[in-house]
Design a binder for this molecule. Sequence first.
Ligand code: BES
Ligand code: ZN
Length: 387
Amino acid sequence: MQSWKLGALLGALMLVSSAAATIEEDLSTVLKFGPRVTGSEANEKARTYFEAQFRVLGYTTRRDVFTYPRFDDLGSDVQVGTRTLAGRALEGSTGGEVRARAINVPGVGTTEDFRAVNVQGQVAVVQRGQIPFLDKAQNALAAGAAGLIVVNNEAQELQGRLGERVVLPALTVTSTAGAALNDGQQVTLSVRVRDGEVRGVNVVAFKSATTRPEILFGGHMDSVVRAPGANDNLSGTVAVLDIARRVANTPLATQSYFVLFDGEEDGLRGSRAFVKDNATAVQGLKAMFNFDMVGVNVTPLRVTGEGRLVGLAQQAAQISGTARDEGGSDQVPFAQAGIPTLFFHRGLDVNYHQPSDTVADPQLIRATVDAALKTAGAALQLTPTGR
Ligand code: BES
Ligand code: ZN
């Protein structure tokens, strides 16, 4: 290739890679990475993509790292002959493989139920319900069982937790799988778990000229296991990035922090860490806007949060709102720290936390950004509440 052609090609490539993307491009790029569970490779790929986007817009990005303990089911099952029945490890269970006979314990696994059969060295099978999972597991252990299967009372998978560590491999199966377990039959129970520390990483983007942020736009970029999290919460993440794009060359850019929280699905870990580790910046905020599930219109765009901000959103952006603290997302630690918050969402859709959470509508995200920008403009005019 002639050198001028090569130069032109490289120039064109650089132009492409240094141009800001669109909402549509953000969605299609990041969805391909897969579920963004905190600590996963897809989560890291998504973060790298978002950081590059902020930087193209002239923002500085910073990574705030935090850690927390988490129990992971790495895929657990029961092998019956040539059949593999999928199971879900009970949180707190020990990992391990047990080859033994399945013994149907009549009932839900009370001490009396266990008296009726001999489960010594075998895999005890009990029904869901009536008593806590922990009691079932401890009773099974006391009766000498080598493993425990809890059968759900419906055809759905069941996610359960023991609440304590129990030295017994224990999992749940669906009612359909339970029906395939015959008394006395040889089975292989495999519980594969990891019980360790997870590393979460928040991304904080800001202009280098920013000394004291007045408003923080945030959304969580992590998702739950097996869920691509298009609506929960790639939609909110992309809304935050798009606000950064829209204001990049305006005064609002230097008044703002843009934060992509990690570890939300594990209990608001990222936002709690942020509030704890950035106390000075947090206390100077006039407002925190959180975006979670804004890409599917279950209800028209709504806000909940601090009274004055809700009023502004209603006036400035004509969106309906309720002045109350609504739990379940990253605005909570800020509200608890006394910061006025606004939580933007469009309700809980049917694909919530499911593998089918694959769609977010760019137009709805754009409309959310429009509403948030109108509200932010008004919020920055507010006189301080004297906190
Ligand atoms: N995206 C949800 C919260 C949500 C619910 C947003 C309804 C919009 C409408 C969030 O990711 C979530 O699942 N939160 C958990 C609690 C959290 C502490 C793990 C919840 O609501 O159960
Ligand atoms: Zn969410």
